[in-house]
Design a protein around this ligand. Structure first.
Ligand code: NCD
Length: 504
């Protein structure tokens, strides 16, 4: 198997093979050994003239500075923003445009962190230089997972198969547990044990994915129960910024039983890891644990530098550079989320109060959503006559307008209020096109934001439909779609995430 990182986007840990992860662990270990042997400077010219752009829409200490350190120690440079204040994001600039500007500024690689799930896949689609995911919402943090695996690799003497890892803290709203557990799922005989409050527990879709990838996942009652059966305990902080309405006090109450303190680790060999930062108020790791042999999280953070040096070195240690190309490929302009429905004559039209000759019928809206949909489309102010079927509001509401077509923004607004609307475009009294509009259900997915203009795309994962951006499964809810229509749609989707190709 060839291992190629050259010019590759680093978006999800599931894009790596086992061989690639081990290869990076070996490369990271070599960086670590250079450091230990006092030879840090031996690679000081490796990435001379290379520049890394960091784009941090969310706070970061370790990820950003360790990428910068890695660049500096390899002789490269870095520039960018940390926090959006002082950037044109404050002027409503989209991710697409901001990413394009980094290409135009002759950077060689982007490291980005952003609060929305799937935003990094979108950045990678748009950028014509490689993009590294430094954390997208509660989705993924692949280089954290790689450095965590490097830590396990070094502390466990090169053995990853058979590892038993405990997880604690917030397994639901963070991205590090998702990425690390998926990274471990590449290895054999992995056991994950966890203890946490229900609200902070492993999300169902992740548990399913891990089970399908052969990982044994066991929930325990207490931290000591977990400690009894693991080699490492990976603690995480509650991700309060992703739990609207939950206070620090609520969380302290939920976390109390699950904090790591000297009593809970006494008598065990397991080393305690944490991606950091620790929340000093919740103190999910009691400060006294810092001074015990169990503490391994500062070493873990330093392994982040070795891992990132190894990764950047593999990606860019070559002579050519990518020339900026300001054009965006056409395929980024449209989605793959219109599930085509069969048109059966124009019989359907006859049920409408006024038959329209040219325009759009939005059908099968959810009960009670008619007025909200009408308002969000602003039909009244767009100078188009619109018949809202008030009598039909209770059951099967629909909207008829002589707007000839709806923009992606319009369709998203509708689907956010009323999922899976059926859209009929009418021309000369006949239905020309009829489709169900699908929008990812993950409320934090970048495809759901209106102003970012990310066209929703899906791919087929066996029989499952998955969002290209946040990769969450999409379960079709409407009963209006026939089995054949669904099959036809599945057949039309790509079978995985292929890179977007640039016009040449
Ligand atoms: C993590 C992150 O941002 O996801 N931090 C990091 O990169 N080391 C973990 C966290 O913020 O809790």
């Amino acid at each position: 198997m060839t291992v190629i990182f050259h010019n590759r986007d680093i978006i999800s840990i599931t894009d790596f093979s086992r061989e690639e992860i081990v290869h990076l662990c070996e490369a990271g270990k070599r960086m670590y050994e250079l450091e230990k042997g006092g030879k840090r400077n031996s690679l000081r010219d490796a990435l001379k003239y290379r520049t890394l752009a960091y784009m941090f829409y969310e706070p970061s200490t370790r990820t950003r500075t360790s990428f910068n350190t890695a660049m500096r120690e390899l002789g490269g440079r870095y520039d960018g923003f940390s926090g959006t204040e002082g950037t044109s994001v404050m002027k409503n600039e989209t991710v697409r445009d901001t990413v394009s500007m980094m290409g135009a500024n002759h950077f060689d690689v982007i490291v980005m962190r952003h609060p929305l799930d799937g935003s990094l896949q979108w950045a990678a689609d748009v950028a014509n230089i490689p993009v590294i995911n430094g954390g997208d919402g509660k989705n993924e943090h692949p280089t954290q997972a790689l450095l965590d695996v490097l830590t396990l690799y070094i502390l466990n003497n090169g053995k990853l198969d058979g590892l038993r890892v405990g997880f604690g803290g917030d397994l639901s709203h963070g991205r590090t547990v998702r990425s690390l557990s998926l990274a471990l799922s590449h290895f054999d005989d992995i056991t994950i044990r966890w203890a946490a409050e229900d609200f902070l527990g492993i999300p169902g879709d992740l548990a399913q994915l891990l089970a399908a990838r052969g990982v044994t996942v066991i929930r325990d009652n207490t931290v000591r129960d977990v400690m009894t059966n693991v080699d490492f305990y990976y603690m995480t902080r509650p991700q309060l910024e992703r739990m609207p309405g939950v206070t620090q006090k609520d969380i302290m109450a939920m976390m109390q039983r699950y904090r790591i303190d000297p009593d809970k680790i006494r008598g065990f060999e397991a080393r305690v890891l944490h991606p950091l930062p620790v929340n000093s108020e919740v103190a999910e790791i009691d400060y006294r644990v810092y001074f015990t042999p169990a503490q391994a999280f500062f070493a873990q953070a330093e392994f982040g530098i070795f891992l990132r040096k190894a990764l950047l070195h593999e990606m860019f240690h070559q002579d050519s550079y990518l020339r900026y190309d300001s054009r965006l490929p056409d395929e980024l302009a449209s989605g793959s989320n219109r599930l085509a429905r069969a048109i059966r004559g124009d019989k359907q039209q006859s049920m409408f109060i006024d038959k329209i000759h040219n325009g759009t019928v939005i059908d099968h809206l959810a009960e009670g959503t008619l007025r909200a949909v009408d308002a969000v489309l602003g039909l009244e102010h767009r100078g188009y006559s619109c018949t809202t079927a008030v009598i039909a509001e209770k059951r099967n509401p629909f909207i008829k307008t002589n707007l000839p077509e709806l923009s992606e923004r319009d369709l998203k607004q509708v689907a956010i209020i009323s999922p899976e609307p059926t859209v009929n475009y009418i021309k000369d009294g006949k239905v020309q096109e009829k489709f169900v509009y699908l929008l990812c259900r993950n409320t934090n997915c970048i495809t759901r934001t209106i102003l970012e203009d990310v066209p929703p795309k899906f791919y087929a994962d066996g029989d499952a439909i998955r969002c290209r951006y946040c990769r969450r499964p999409y379960a079709l809810q409407t009963r209006k779609v026939s089995a054949e229509e669904k099959q036809e749609y599945l057949r039309s989707l790509p079978a995985g995430i292929a890179p977007v190709l640039y016009p040449n």
